[in-house]
Design a protein around this ligand. Structure first.
Ligand code: FAD
Length: 412
């Protein structure tokens, strides 16, 4: 079967690779360097423990408070458009406790097996930087910490093994943490990678498997009467038996070429790499109140975070960047926001109104599929999204883990 994948980010590349492994003739069409933007600039965390979606109980009030502060963890640039209004109404609806619980469970189930999948990728010859040193969520506020400890049951039910640590226990585990830390929750089985190395490994393996990789922007798409699809762009035209739309935050634009509507919007985040490393530590650390991720990588420290709902642009806001550069100073013994670092970058997370991914067949088309909306977990969910979706496309299977993510929940 010939399958075209639009988008050479982590989701498109992982899906293309899993399709090629199952014998499909794959063509990936990407309009820029593979992985550019979110798929390379992300924090590098492979963390089923972070399966909680953005819409959460209490989120609306908190966001309204944060909106007055341009350096807050979540920032909304309001827009006078029906799609903006529809998106935020959907987000509001998804803030109930029951919706949050359902989304957490569905996402944790999709993430289950991601470590095994990464090991399978490595055994298949994909060479990438990976660390298995766990995650630590550090809390400055003892009330926030107590709330987190009271909620550990959901992680245990999801098959994870969270451990509550006092401030002293957290400092014993990660000595660079400051005396201000009130407590921490450790997830010992989480991993992290240097995301660009995963992108590069997928690109190289796809090339070795004989998959075609085209650089170009898809500007036209048609469902053919025969059941296949045709794509057009500066690269010419391309026909395939099936199409996967994995264009990240731009997936709505690609779906529109076929006359379909997908309510995906960008959630911008930033990251900056300090090199040499600023912190001598092994696990990744979540600065819980600041919602900032700190990642130790070979030869450096990456700091990433913020969620900015705005347009499809990857410009770096100096105010929001400064917030992620300075926050670690409150959590670690030593931290210099102005230490030598590489050029900061931004990436767009593909966000759905209900906060969970959108993966499956796009109705009414027989052979058009979507794989997007992975929000803050695109790296974590890429291996299982690719494996389950490729099985659905090639065998016509209907994997249970993908059902909660069907595009049909948006009438698509
Ligand atoms: C700061 C930050 C930190 C993050 N940290 C983590 C983390 O630690 N762990 C985790 O799991 N996730 C994390 N994420 C989320 C993760 O990075 C994203 O969910 C993921 O990269 C999305 O991948 P994607 O392939 O769907 O989209 P993208 O990476 O955006 O790829 C889509 C590609 O499609 C291309 N495209 C668009 N339109 C067209 C067209 N018409 N024709 C051809 N190509 C097109 C785009 O140019 C782009 O290259 C983070 C994100 C950010 C921003």
């Amino acid at each position: 079967m010939k399958v075209a994948v639009v988008g050479a980010g982590l989701i498109g590349l992982a899906t293309a690779y899993e399709l090629a492994r199952r014998g499909a003739e794959v063509t990936v069409v990407g309009d820029r360097v593979p992985g550019a933007g979110a798929s390379s600039n992300n924090a590098g965390w492979v963390v089923p423990a972070e399966s909680g979606p953005v819409p959460a109980p209490g989120m609306v009030l908190q966001t309204l408070r944060w909106m007055a502060k341009p350096d807050s963890p979540v920032f909304v640039r309001p827009e006078l458009s029906p799609s903006f209004a529809r998106f935020f109404i959907g987000l509001l609806r998804a803030c109930s406790k029951s919706a949050y619980d359902r989304s957490f469970e569905a996402t944790a189930a999709l993430a289950r097996g991601t470590m095994d999948a990464l090991d399978t990728w490595a055994a298949d010859g994909l060479a990438f930087e990976m660390h298995a040193d766990g995650e630590l969520r550090a809390y400055l506020d003892s009330v926030e910490y107590r709330h987190a400890v009271a909620d550990l049951g959901r992680y245990q039910r999801a098959g994870l093994a969270p451990e509550a640590l006092s401030g002293d226990e957290a400092r014993a585990a990660v000595p660079v943490l400051s005396d201000a830390i009130a407590g921490a929750v450790r997830f010992p089985d989480e991993r992290h990678v240097r995301p660009q190395t995963v992108v590069d490994a997928l690109v190289a393996r796809l090339a070795a498997m004989g998959a075609t990789q085209i650089r170009g922007r898809v500007t036209g798409a048609w469902a053919l009467p025969s059941g296949g699809v045709e794509l057009r762009g500066g690269f010419g035209s391309l026909r395939a038996d099936a199409l996967v739309i994995a264009a990240g935050a731009w997936s709505g634009q690609v779906a529109r070429l076929l006359g379909a509507r997908l309510p995906v919007r960008p959630g911008k985040g930033y990251s900056v790499d300090y090199a040499p490393a600023q912190l001598d530590m092994r696990p990744v650390v979540m600065l819980s109140e600041a919602h900032i991720a700190v990642t130790p990588l070979d030869g450096g420290t990456r700091v990433a975070g913020t969620m900015e709902f705005g347009g499809l642009d990857e410009r770096v806001s100096p105010v929001r960047l400064r917030a992620i550069q300075t926050a670690p100073g409150r959590y670690f013994r030593t931290w210099d926001p102005d230490a030598p670092h590489l050029t900061p970058s931004a990436g767009l997370r593909p966000m759905m109104p209900d906060g969970i991914a959108c993966v499956g067949r796009l109705r009414p088309f027989a052979n058009v599929y979507v794989a997007t909306g992975h929000a803050m977990l695109g790296l974590t969910l890429a291996p299982r999204t690719g494996a389950l979706l490729s099985a659905a496309i090639l065998d016509g299977s209907d994997p249970e883990e993908l059902r909660p993510f069907s595009p049909s929940r948006f009438g698509a």
